[in-house]
Design a protein around this ligand. Structure first.
Ligand code: NAI
Ligand code: MG
Length: 324
């Protein structure tokens, strides 16, 4: 069966790492029809609008979307695209690969980030010239859906940890914590919890203390970038925005204007995102093969400069394809 996937490279290094990930996808025994979509600052410059309606429609109608990165207008691109695929959870694995000079080589954890609300719900206002406010939205159904996903995710595992700040945000994070715990109880899944600030310290000191971490939207965004720092940098972290029927797969990093156009961006985050895409489409074996190929290449080289190597994006991508 052939899958229809949308490919949206976006801005900056998105234009470099997305073709690399697509090359890896093309080397797999999985059939795809690729439909390319445009989005990002460069589109806004031409048209005034960073996310054309036809790109939104593309993501909303294809089986899965591979996204690169957007620049300054990222929020106007990625938030609607996550909505287009009906995503309620952002899955962000942070794993240190052998051979990569990581701060914490023992790191192997996964963030399950709430993906629709919290402080990213878009309710900001300027009350006066001096006062701005933000309304944080936390709903039972969104917490419940995230918790149900988390319970499935750890089906035969050790349970999960809820990272929150319910001691201060008693109503919003209070609801988050209570609802996620309730679902875990119903499902017989072990769920412990940790204050997110304490988590930030603990995960640096001993990342093996955590396995699957369930967190609100902003916390998941920040804490997963922190974990990227433990495993070799942002070039290493893939993500999956999972919805009931569709998904959008993207590296955690942004458009990296400081290195864009030089051909040295680390393609691993995008390639691992493509592995999550094929797994989402039911090709678990293909996903495993991509991860194994990446693991071999990271162990033996070539590696890009962010990992201490001197290889180009293309050289690393070719090496992964060769291994496949
Ligand atoms: P960034 O993730 O683009 O870059 C942070 C640092 O990590 C830079 O030094 C960059 O060179 C490095 N880096 C990131 N990915 C890399 C890779 N694959 N290989 C090697 N080095 C890599 O974040 P920054 O600099 O805060 O934001 C740059 C732009 O990206 C901004 O305009 C921001 O709005 C946008 N952004 C977009 C996101 C998205 O599209 N999902 C997410 C985060 C930021
Ligand atoms: Mg981020």
């Amino acid at each position: 069966m052939s899958h229809e996937i949308a490919v949206i490279p976006g801005d900056g290094i998105g234009q470099e790492v997305t073709p690399a990930a697509l090359e890896v996808l093309s080397a797999l025994p999985v059939e795809f029809t690729v439909r390319e979509g445009r989005a990002g600052d460069h589109v806004a410059e031409e048209t005034g609008e960073p996310l054309p309606a036809e790109t939104y429609e593309l993501a909303a109608s294809t089986d899965a979307t591979l996204f690169g990165a957007a620049g300054e207008r990222a929020a106007d691109v990625i938030l609607p695209l996550r909505e287009a695929v009906g995503s309620f959870v952002n899955v962000r694995p942070a794993r240190a690969y052998p051979g990569v000079d990581a701060l914490r080589p023992e790191t192997d954890l996964v963030f399950l980030r709430e993906n629709t609300e919290g402080v990213y719900a878009g309710h900001e206002s300027r009350l006066t010239d001096d006062v701005s406010t933000l309304t944080r939205v936390v709903t039972g159904p969104a917490c419940r859906q995230l918790a149900e996903f988390a319970c499935e995710y750890v089906a035969d595992g050790d349970g999960f940890t809820i990272a929150h700040k319910a001691n201060v945000m008693r109503e919003t994070d209070g609801r988050f914590l209570e609802t996620v715990r309730e679902v875990a109880d119903e499902r017989g899944v072990t769920a412990d919890d940790v204050l997110m600030d304490a988590f930030a310290t603990q995960v640096c000191l001993d990342p093996t203390a955590f396995d699957v971490v369930v967190c609100p939207n902003l916390a998941g965004d920040v804490l997963s970038d922190l974990a990227a720092g433990l495993v070799g940098g942002l070039g290493m972290l893939p993500s999956a925005n999972v919805g009931a029927e569709r998904g959008l797969f993207e590296p955690v990093h942004g458009s990296a204007p400081d290195i864009a156009g030089e051909g040295v961006a680390n393609p691993v985050a995008a390639i691992l995102s493509a592995a999550m895409l094929v797994e989402f489409l039911g090709h678990e074996d293909a996903g495993r093969r991509v991860r194994a190929a990446v693991e071999d290449v990271l162990a033996d080289g070539p590696r890009t400069p962010d990992l201490g190597g001197d290889a180009s994006t293309a050289a690393v991508t070719d090496a992964v394809v060769d291994r496949l």
